[in-house]
Write a protein that binds this ligand. Structure first.
Ligand SMILES: Nc1ncnc2c1ncn2[C@@H]1O[C@H](COP(=O)(O)OP(=O)(O)O)[C@@H](O)[C@H]1O
Ligand SMILES: [Mg+2]
Length: 259
């Protein structure tokens, strides 16, 4: 299988006629983890939603390919079947569907008919991965996200990621609201996914998650586009000095998309 590739070229996204993402460029190959960091209101979540095909977000310009195929041309479920996984900042609750049922259905939806995952194999994988994430076994039988704490929802999303084994994942603020323990388990799950067949885009405001997941590349987003790129040391510098020095260096007064 060729190495997975996600390529975003000159992407512009609007919502309700408001221009938010303004010329975003990024290429990620399998085996790589990239972090997009930035202050609030710089268009990070809008970028994630547009890539996943959220109907409210309108792509007005640019091109996105996943393994050479036009991603923007695909329906949401096609994007998922093509190997894209998106963890949302605010995961929703689904009543009446257990976590385990949901996972098995989602896995089988990505497989050919007649080639469903054998139940025992599924259970074995689920057990192993819940163990790695330090999740209680009863979690599998709970209704999806219902009454989950913020930390449980995030951990559950990483469980979904590990079970679905997508080629690409976009994780939007997967670290928000997590205590240090939960953060470590989330990082453990993402690190476990690392392989030449997997590429990952981590979107985060804070550097602390990157203490546990070392990104290959770090990009800073302001005013709806990448304004600076570097290695893991860039995230460390942001941790120590915040974002102001970048604004000064680049002569940016207002970092938000309103500018
Ligand atoms: N659903 C929406 N409706 C209206 N405006 C939105 C919506 N989503 C985002 N925006 C606008 O886009 C700007 C960027 O938001 P967002 O992409 O969430 O940034 P970030 O994730 O970097 O904090 C916000 O300041 C907001 O004004
Ligand atoms: Mg956001």
């Amino acid at each position: 299988m060729p190495v997975p590739n996600l390529k975003i070229e000159d992407l512009h996204v609007s919502i309700e006629d408001k221009h938010i993402v303004k010329g975003f460029n990024l290429e990620i190959n399998g085996g790589e983890i990239h972090a997009v960091m930035g202050p609030n209101g710089t268009g990070k979540s809008t970028l994630a939603s547009a890539l996943m095909g959220h109907p409210k977000y309108e792509v007005t310009q640019g091109k996105v390919t996943l393994d050479g195929k036009d991603l923007l041309d695909m329906e949401v479920d096609e994007r998922a079947r093509a190997g894209l996984f998106l963890a949302m900042q605010y995961p929703s609750e689904v009543s009446g569907v257990t976590n385990a049922d949901f996972l098995r259905t989602a896995i089988n939806a990505r497989r050919e008919e007649g080639n469903e995952i054998p139940l025992m194999k599924f259970i074995k994988q689920l057990d192993k991965r819940m163990d790695l994430l330090d999740m209680d076994q009863e979690f599998a039988q709970r209704y999806l996200n219902e009454g989950f704490s913020g930390g449980e929802k995030k951990r559950n999303e990483i469980l979904q990621l590990m079970m679905l084994q997508p080629h690409f994942a976009i994780l939007d603020e997967i670290d928000s609201g997590l205590d240090i323990d939960a953060l470590k388990f989330v990082a453990r799950g993402v690190n476990d996914m690392r392989s030449p067949d997997f590429g990952c885009l981590i979107i985060t405001h804070y550097q602390r998650l990157l203490n546990y997941i070392t990104p290959d590349k770090v990009h800073v987003m302001m005013q709806g586009r990448i304004v600076k790129s570097g290695g893991p040391e860039l995230a460390e510098k942001l941790e120590a000095h915040g974002y102001d020095w970048i604004k000064e260096e680049l002569g940016i007064e207002d970092e938000t998309v309103e500018a």
